[in-house]
Design a protein around this ligand. Structure first.
Ligand SMILES: *Cc1c(COP(=O)(O)O)cnc(C)c1O
Length: 457
């Protein structure tokens, strides 16, 4: 199609927005491995999970068969305040790169929390409210998930307790204030307020924290507080289910204009935006209806897919959570303090891990300065100031578009632009001043953490 027929931005009408989430697991021949009880080594039951998580969310977590879940009206109304998100044709980028590739991105940064995380935050807060709970606890790395959850909780009148990874808490004071503006309480993690926090502080004095530590603290507080449950912004099956709204919208927008992506690219921290973006496309691939290439992009400093192993591991440092089978670096692994806080988790979604293990998806690890080169190039051309996390996907989209320039192939590339980077200006400053480091863990370092994996299966 010519430039006249494909607009710069494709917005669906409200009436074209998805009204159901799509559960990719229903189309997977090999299902993702179940969560295990670390005590018994047996699959976690709904009852056991219900101690930590909201009951409707537990049902969604365990359901590998129901293909579609109706999105409750209250959630749909909330979605309509900031969705549909645009599918943007990157005409400027294509021109500047002189590539024959056609580049599209699905932009999830058009809400105050600045990322896709609000899609699952509102769903999880809704089910907590429906269950009659007082509030929820959670962890946040870069702060996007905590911000999204505090917005959702404020909207529904729920209390929200956030444990924020200490290095982010210090690097991003404004994020913290946004959360407090929405009524959340924010504690730097590891803190001295929980048993597990005190233990971690004692074992690693001066630690800058990790998502794994913060998860342990949030779970402990949820389990010990009447009327509270714990919620998680990524990794879990339920989160990928909610995030399918990204892919369903993208697919509907593509179908509306006859666009068929060859390559779908997303950054991967715990895998929720990527899992959501690719869901309906991967569904077609699994059912043999169409073929696509999928690429997960991760930081070279936290390379779960490309250098981790597929094994059962804890999701948290304190080892209080169930075991998940996933590509992991080991739950003790604390990545060097890179600037893509949302991509610092040691493990990966079980759904994506299974797809990757079956060769249905590829993965690439990219260096931090290369990511910021791409971020700046993109900002100067498309105008949007991208989040460092999202810029991992931009890096690989640029690389692929440059390859097309060299080979003359007219590939259609779709990538997820998960958020904006206004709270990441310290990172941009380091980059501009040439002070950004590109630390990549050695094989010897990774082996230390790998040796500590629980011996299961
Ligand atoms: C949290 C976050 C990510 C990574 O999380 P996933 O669950 O892997 O999607 C990516 N981009 C942004 C902007 C984020 O906030």
């Amino acid at each position: 199609m010519s430039k006249e027929t494909i607009p710069y931005k494709i917005y669906l009408n409200e009436s074209e927005m998805p009204t159901q989430w799509y559960n990719l697991r229903a189309d997977m021949k090999i299902k993702p491995a179940p969560l295990l009880n670390p005590g018994t080594g047996k699959p976690m039951t709904a009852e056991e999970l219900g101690v930590v998580f909201c009951s409707d969310l537990v049902q969604q977590e365990l359901d590998n068969d129901t293909k579609y879940f109706a999105i409750p009206d209250e959630i749909l109304s909330f979605y309509k305040m900031y969705r549909p998100s645009p599918l943007v044709r990157a005409y400027c980028l294509e021109e500047k790169l002189k590539t024959p590739a056609k580049i599209y991105y699905k932009f999830e940064g058009n809400n105050t929390s600045g990322s896709h995380k609000l899609n699952s935050a509102i769903a999880q807060a809704y089910y907590a409210k429906k269950q009659g709970l007082k509030g929820v606890t959670t962890e946040t790395g870069a702060g996007q998930w905590g911000t999204a959850l505090s917005m959702a909780c404020a909207y529904l009148g729920l209390d929200c307790k956030v444990f924020m990874v200490k290095c982010s808490y210090e690097q991003k004071p404004f994020r913290r204030e946004v959360m407090r503006t929405y009524g959340a309480s924010v504690t730097p993690s590891p803190s001295m307020e929980t048993e597990v926090g005190r233990r971690i502080n004692q074992a690693h004095p001066g630690t800058t924290g990790s998502l794994g530590c913060a998860i342990s603290e949030a779970v402990e507080v949820a389990v010990k507080s009447e009327g509270y449950r714990y919620v998680l912004g990524s990794v879990l099956n339920q989160v990928l289910l909610h995030q399918s709204v990204i892919g369903l919208e993208a697919k509907a927008a593509c179908d509306k204009y006859g666009i068929k992506p060859d390559l779908i690219i997303g950054c991967a921290g715990g895998g929720s935006n990527l899992g959501g973006l690719i869901a309906p496309f991967m569904g077609e691939k699994l059912r043999g209806e169409a073929d696509y290439r999928f690429i997960a992009v991760e930081p070279a400093s936290c390379p779960s897919f490309t250098r981790g192993i597929y094994a059962y591991d804890f999701c948290d440092t304190g080892m209080v959570c169930p075991l998940a089978k996933m590509y992991t670096l080991g739950s003790d692994f604390i990545p060097s303090p890179n600037h893509a806080g949302g991509l610092r988790f040691h493990g990966m979604s079980s759904i994506l891990s299974e797809l990757y293990d079956e060769g249905l998806m590829e993965a690439r690890a990219v260096k931090q300065t290369d990511v910021f080169d791409a971020a700046e190039y993109f900002a100067r051309c498309e105008g949007i100031l991208p989040a460092p996390e999202s810029s991992h996907a931009i890096r690989v989209a640029l690389d692929e578009a440059i390859k097309c320039r060299e080979t003359g192939e007219e590939k259609t590339i779709l990538f997820g632009l998960t958020g904006t980077g206004y709270f990441d200006m310290v990172a941009y400053e380091k980059y501009h001043d040439g002070k950004m480091d590109d630390y990549i863990p050695t094989d010897e370092e990774l082996a230390v953490y790998r040796a500590k994996l629980p011996k299961i299966g």
